[in-house]
Design a protein around this ligand. Structure first.
Ligand code: SAM
Ligand code: SF4
Length: 436
């Protein structure tokens, strides 16, 4: 029996793709192992959204090169976005790599492995599979309570900084019945929460030839018995419809929490980013959301130091953070990506300007989050206990608003919904006690 180890870089989509690779490999009798040192095959599932992610991959690849000197029979596979971006070029740089395959080539993994083990030359397959979105791929999930479910692949938006549309291909939605069947099976297996995944879930259904848009899909998933919670990422603000706001308000299983990446608070920058909404459009949607669902928690993505971002543009982003009062943000320094339109723009900023702007937005948001979290003290909240907390031997779970809550309690509560009275708050989590 062959053993394998997968190292995953990047977003939830990559994590979920690794669960599929694990499913395929397990189905053909391979066994996952904890350490690369013990594996017959190591798969690096890569991310190329920012330069830093690429650097991490190349340094890991260097480590595996050393390991392969000690274990020459070990196979090294490169999967995911860097594999798609670089294809056979990876072999020129790292001739000790045995397999290179893209995100939508996963279904052919079994065949590729046989070829890689039986012949001495490397296998490169980044041709893509136009029917990938219609395939049911075996999935071996890491979690027993919360599950990711892909509802669409690819992206048609072409934000000028982003490589995703070039690497993950055209937007394709999965048929709704496949999604509902998968969610139903998960609920029957005891899963309590699903997160529906896509680069732009709000445009779900486009080109599918079914009369099902994203709010309609949410209603179908909401009807699945025994499921407790539904989340989804990512929502493109331009496509956030009134219908979706109504669905979040009305559907009991859909959690009151939304990740709504704004990227910048400046109209000039939003325009050059090709985001196709203005600051006013965005603020209008935030207001509608909060009017409809006052308890909703909001998070966002911010890119600082986009080419041409003036001090005034940057001030506009900070002002937006102050106005929206997000529960949390993910902030990134603009990173030059091959083949993207932003690369050719004038006005690229220095690393030190980007760095100081990043520090500033993170410090600003930290204060906002601390203040917002304090408002939860004394409140009673529904918490889905999903594991042990990293510190203090407590249990950990999440509110419907996706806040992490740490509580004391027996392990037997993992997987249960409990009511917690919040007694203390910090920047990353809340803590409290379980109410009897
Ligand atoms: N599809 C999602 C959306 O549009 O909101 C996000 C996809 S991307 C994996 C996650 C985040 O990475 C983006 O929202 C953006 O903030 C950030 N990002 C993408 N390209 C970037 C770049 N070239 N430099 C810095 N951050 C980038
Ligand atoms: Fe990238 Fe924009 Fe597509 Fe998100 S919507 S994946 S940021 S191109």
């Amino acid at each position: 029996m062959r053993s394998f180890h997968i190292i995953t870089f990047g977003c939830q989509m990559n994590e979920h793709d690794s669960e599929r690779m694990t499913g395929i490999l397990r189905d053909r009798g391979c066994a996952p192992v904890q350490d690369a040192e013990d594996a017959d095959m190591v798969i690096l599932n890569t991310c190329s959204i920012r330069e830093k992610a690429e650097q991490k991959f190349y340094s890991e690849l260097g480590r595996l090169k050393q390991l392969k000197v000690e274990k020459p029979h070990m196979k090294i596979a490169v999967a995911g976005c860097i594999a798609q971006q670089e294809g056979a070029n990876i072999l020129a740089r790292a001739p000790y790599v045995d397999m290179v395959f893209g995100p939508s080539d996963v279904a052919r993994l079994s065949v590729m492995i046989e070829t890689a083990f039986s012949r001495r030359s490397p296998v490169v397959d980044t041709s893509g599979d136009p029917e990938y979105h219609r395939k049911r791929i075996p999935t071996s999930r890491g979690d027993k309570i919360k599950a990711w479910v892909s509802i669409m692949y690819g992206c048609d938006n072409f934000c000028t900084y982003c490589v995703v549309p070039y690497l993950r291909g055209k937007e394709c939605s999965r048929p709704s019945e496949d999604i509902v069947n998968e969610v139903s099976e998960l609920a029957q297996q005891g899963y309590k929460e699903v997160t529906l995944l896509g680069q732009n879930v709000n445009s779900y259904g486009k080109g599918l030839g079914q009369d099902v848009d994203f709010p309609a899909l949410l209603r179908m998933v909401n009807d699945v018995p025994d499921l407790e919670r539904i989340r989804f990422v990512t929502s493109h603000p331009r496509d956030l419809s009134d219908g979706l706001i109504d669905a979040v308000r009305d559907l009991p299983k859909v959690c009151e929490s939304l990740h709504l990446p704004v990227q910048s608070g400046s109209d000039n920058i939003l325009h050059v980013m090709n985001r196709r909404y203005t600051r006013a459009d965005y603020m209008g949607k935030v207001k509608k959301l909060r009017d409809a669902v006052p308890s909703i928690t909001l998070t966002t993505d911010i890119i600082v130091g986009f080419p041409g971002e003036s001090a005034k543009d940057f001030e506009a982003t900070k002002k937006l953070l102050e106005e929206v009062q997000y529960d949390g943000i993910f902030a990134f320094k603009y990173s030059k990506r091959p083949g993207t339109a932003a690369l050719k723009l004038s006005g690229h900023l220095t690393e030190s300007v980007k760095e100081s702007r990043l520090t500033e937005v993170l410090a600003l948001q930290r204060e906002i989050t601390i203040q917002k979290n304090k408002a939860y003290i004394g409140m009673h909240m529904d918490v889905l206990i999903d594991g042990k907390s990293k510190k203090g031997g407590k249990l950990s779970g999440r509110t419907r608003g996706n806040k992490v809550v740490n509580v004391a309690g027996p392990r037997s509560l993992i997987g249960s919904l409990v009511t917690v009275r919040i007694t203390a708050t910090g920047v990353n989590s809340l803590s409290g006690e379980i109410c009897e």
